[in-house]
Design a protein around this ligand. Sequence first.
Ligand code: GLN
Length: 481
Amino acid sequence: MELWELSAAEMRRRLDSRDIFAGELAEAHLDRIRAVDPKINAFITVTEERATSDAAAAQKRIDQGSASALTGIPVALKDNMVTLGIKTTCASRMLENYVPPYSGTVEQRIAATGAVLLGKTNMDEFAMGTSTEFSAFFPSRNPYDLERVPGGSSGGSAAAVAANMTPISFGSDTGGSVRQPASLCGVVGFKPTYGRVSRYGLVAFSSSLDQIGPFARTVQDAMDAFEATMGPDGMDSTCVDAPYAAAAARRPSMKGRRLGVPKELLSDEVSAPVRECVEQAIEKLTAEGAEIEEFSASMIEHGVSTYYIIAPAEASSNLARFDGVRYGLRVPDGSHVDMMKATRARFGREVKERIIIGTHVLSSGYYEAYYAKAHQARTLMKSQFQEAFQKFDAIVSPTSPTTAFKIGELTGDPIMLKLLDYCTIPANIGGFPAISLNSGYFEGLPIGIQFVCDSFDEEGLFSLALAAEAILDSPKASLAV
Ligand code: GLN
C-alpha cells in the first residue's frame, strides 16, 4: 500500500511510531497531486511551501510527544474558506485575485492542531451547484471516471480525497454540497448540526443553512476532522456550546438501532440503481440487528422548492457586497452605475440566476407569497423530522438520486440539477447532522447512503456510521487514476 492510500488514523500511528515522518508524508501527497491532479483538477491552488513548513512544525510536535489526531496529517480546504496569505477565489472571477488578510476559524483550528495544508480545492462558483461545472475556472473530474462530474459544490474536496491526494478535506454544505459529492466520489462526507462549526471566514452563501464539514475515506477520520474544528467561537454567534461526548460515539453496534426510512426518499425521484443499492444496504443493516421501519414525511416533496427560495434569497443579500466598491473585483467603466454593472456582469450564469430569483422572492408584493411561505414550509418539514426522531434513532436514505453523470450532460437542465439535492436538502432545512457513506457501486460508480440524526446528536450519528461502515464494507471499484 502506498503512503497516500492509508487512512489518516493509520498515518497517525506510523507518524507516532516514527515509521514515517511528517515531511515525507507531505511530500508523498504533493507527488500524488503532481501525478494525478492534472487529470482530476481538484485543486485551484496547491500550497507546497506552506505544506512543507507545516510538516516541519508538525514533526517538532510529534518529537516532543504533543501530537493530536491531525498533527502532521495532510488536509485541503474548499476555496470558499479564507486563508491568510493564500488566494481564496470561491471559484469566481469576482475573487480571482483575492488574498485574504486573515484566516477563518476552521483554518485557524486546523493550523493549531498541526495539520498540513496542501491547498485549496475547486468548487461551483460561490458554492452554487451540484457538479463543480459552475467553477469559473475549470470543471473537476470524478476519480472513478474522468468523463464524469465529482458532484458539487465541494467537488474538488471530494475528488481530492477519493483520488488519494489527501486523506482529509473540508467542504461547505448548504443543500448537500458535502454529502452529494461524497456520494458520487465514494467517500465519507459529513455535515454537522447547524451551529456546531464556526462559519467565521467561510464566504457566506445562505447563512441560515451553511455548515462546514469534512470529507475522509473512513468515518473515524471524518470524526477526528470534525472534532478538530467543532465548538463555540466568539466570531460566529450562531455557533453554540452544545455538549459532545466523543467517547460515546465509539461504541459501534447495529443491534437494536431504530432506523426510519422515509418513503419519499425511496420513491421514483431516485434512480433504480441507487434505490436497489440502498435497499440492499438497508437489508444488510437489518441482518445485523437494526430495526427498520418505513414512514412518511410528506414535506420532503416540497424540500427542493423551499430550499430554492430560501437559499437564493439569502444569497442575493450576501452577494450584494460584491459591488466593485466594498469587496472583490472592480471593472472600471464610466459612471458609478456602469462600473457596478460591468463588475457584477462577471458573476457566472448560475450565480446571476440565483441573485435574480432571490431578489424577486424578497421583493415587495412577492415576499409573502414566496419567502414567507417557504419559511412556513421549512418549519413544517423540520417538525416532521423532529417527530420522526421521537421514534427513530436516525433516518436513512440514499444521499443522491443518481450516480455521477457525464460532464456537460445536465448543464442545460437547471431543474434537473436542482432535483439532485432532493435527498440532502431536508437535513439543511432542519439543521440536522447528516453523513454519507459508500454503500456500493453501479457500473463502477459509487453510491452513497445517508444517515440523519436529531440536532446535536453527532455521537449517535457517528456510532451508527461506524457500525454501518463495518457492515457495508465492500471491495472498492477501481479508480481511473
Ligand atoms: N446544490 C445546492 C445548490 O446549488 C447545494 C449547494 C451547497 O450545498 N453549497 O444550492
